[in-house]
Design a protein around this ligand. Structure first.
Ligand code: ZN
Ligand code: MN
Length: 493
């Protein structure tokens, strides 16, 4: 069966403002329910929202970093729906006049660059959080609501249907997280819900009867990168199977306005239909009469553009140029700003970029991956700072400890937060690099193994390794192996 997968994403990211979008309540995560609320974010009658300027700045900066055009004039609309996570029974969002439009993100899939269109980035308010006694609101004995989250500023980012596989969708989402974190507008923690993703997917099937598109299925509330890829993989398979089994719908059936909403069950590894509708949802959007339009001068937008930090794409090409890193290394090291900063600052302190990139991509990543999939979060919460790492790597670079001891020390630094110098002293790991200290030992080993010496003299050069090993054993691995090798070769020639 010849088909193409068509995927578009709608991503919600909470903005890192200190206060909510329309009131002064705190946006802090994880406090007692309903302790960060006021009459405004509770939607009480008679209150008026006042726009948080920082949220506009962050939304515009996100739009700029995603290559969007910024609207000089935009406004807020009311999106009506009835669900107790919104006390007003409408969400203040943006409809036909969003803040940002027509952007693009470049992703790399299998070493090739692909461009993904961004249709829009708009600003809206977050809803409260419901906890049901059962599976969902319907059928639950009771549901609890926490409005601490209600009114936190969100950006909604809508992509064009440009993604061609579940893997591409995941890669795009990772790239989006990288960009939003670089510019510091969102922490994008999927596990805490500050980054969430809905995915639209259908198939363009081509066979002898011509082209056919399966109805679009929207999978809601995907809350991990793995879930995005798994849910889409499952749903593509399901649509293929359904087409193989049932074929096209009867002639005259119009599916163009049908939209299926599905959920994702992580435990069962399958999507399930939540509702199927003949018409798109009717949210009865209309301009919010309580809020004036957002008018931005081009001076203001250019000022925010100038404040953007170096973006991942620029940093990646600079790392290749400045440090001579291979393309792959530069891409990996710049995928997180915290990792890029660790690399660059440690390289400056040690003066050895190649060594630092090997250690960061090897040993440091291995330790961080033990703490979960989110390298940036793991790095922020551990004690491996550029100064601490540089201190260790200088011991290795100056051959005061060998590479294996270096790995051992790094692991201990990561586990205990102790400094390299202290660990090396406590464990007595410093290499024996004094020629005089080693010369006697080398002579002893040579004297003790006349047979091996004979072999070496008869041309079996590999046997030198055995003698080096004996010296290493005698020093409990602390001898400088390069020097030992040199001393043995010298005394046998
Ligand atoms: Zn409030
Ligand atoms: Mn939305």
């Amino acid at each position: 069966m010849n088909y193409e997968t068509i995927i578009g994403l709608e991503v919600h990211a909470e903005l890192l403002t200190a206060s909510k979008l329309w009131c002064g309540c705190s946006t802090a995560f994880g406090n007692e329910p309903n302790t960060q609320v006021c009459p405004i974010c509770l939607g009480l009658p008679g209150t008026l929202p006042v726009l948080n300027e920082k949220a506009v700045e962050y939304a515009v900066k996100a739009g700029l970093a995603l290559g969007c055009r910024i609207a000089e004039w935009s406004r807020f609309d009311r999106k009506q729906y009835f669900y107790p996570d919104l006390p007003k029974a409408y969400q203040i969002s943006q409809y036909d006049l969003p803040l940002c439009r027509e952007g693009r993100v470049v992703i790399t899939v299998d070493g090739l660059s692909r461009e993904v269109g961004i249709l829009r980035v708009h600003l809206e308010e977050e809803a409260g959080k419901l906890v049901h006694s059962g599976e969902s609101l319907h059928g639950s004995e009771y549901s609890l609501v926490d409005y601490n989250r209600g009114g936190i500023p969100l950006i909604e980012i809508v992509t064009a249907p440009d993604l061609r596989s579940p893997e591409e969708a995941r890669i795009f989402l990772e790239r989006l997280r990288t960009v939003l974190r670089y510019i510091g507008v969102s922490d994008c923690k999927m596990e805490e819900g500050s980054l969430r993703c809905d995915a639209n997917v259908n198939l363009r099937i081509k066979d002898e009867e011509g082209e056919y598109r399966t109805p679009i299925v929207e999978i809601k509330n995907l809350n991990s990168f793995r879930a995005v890829e798994r849910a889409l993989t499952y749903e593509v398979r399901r649509q293929v199977d359904e087409f193989m089994e049932k074929g096209r719908p009867p002639a005259g059936t119009d599916l163009s306005r049908t939209k299926v909403t599905a959920g994702w069950n992580e435990a069962l590894g399958r999507t399930y239909v939540q509702r199927q509708k003949e018409l798109a949802d009717d949210y009865r959007y209309f301009p919010d009469p309580d809020l004036p339009p957002v008018v931005l001068s081009s001076e203001q937008v250019e000022k925010w553009r100038a404040e953007l930090p170096e973006l991942p794409e620029e940093k990646e090409s600079r790392f290749r140029r400045e440090y001579g890193l291979p393309a792959y290394d530069a891409a990996v090291l710049t995928a997180s700003r915290a990792v890029a900063d660790l690399f660059e600052e440690t390289a400056r302190l040690t003066g050895d970029a190649k060594m630092v990139s090997n250690w960061v991509m090897g040993e440091v990543f291995r330790l961080l991956k033990g703490a979960g999939d989110d390298l940036e979060q793991a790095l922020r919460h551990c004690s491996i700072t550029p100064a601490a790492l540089a201190e260790l790597l200088l011991f290795v670079k100056n051959e005061r400890i060998n590479a294996n001891s270096g790995k051992e020390v790094l692991e201990e630094m990561y586990r205990t937060g102790k400094a390299a110098t202290q660990i090396i002293a406590e464990k007595g790991l410093e290499q024996i690099s004094g020629r005089d200290q080693l010369a006697g030992l080398v002579a002893e080993v040579i004297a003790a193994h006349p047979g091996v010496v004979e072999d070496i003299k008869n041309g079996k050069k590999a046997a030198i390794g055995f003698l080096v090993g004996q010296v290493m054993k005698a020093t409990k691995g602390k001898a400088n192996p390069k020097l030992v090798n040199e001393l043995i070769t010298q005394s046998l020639s």
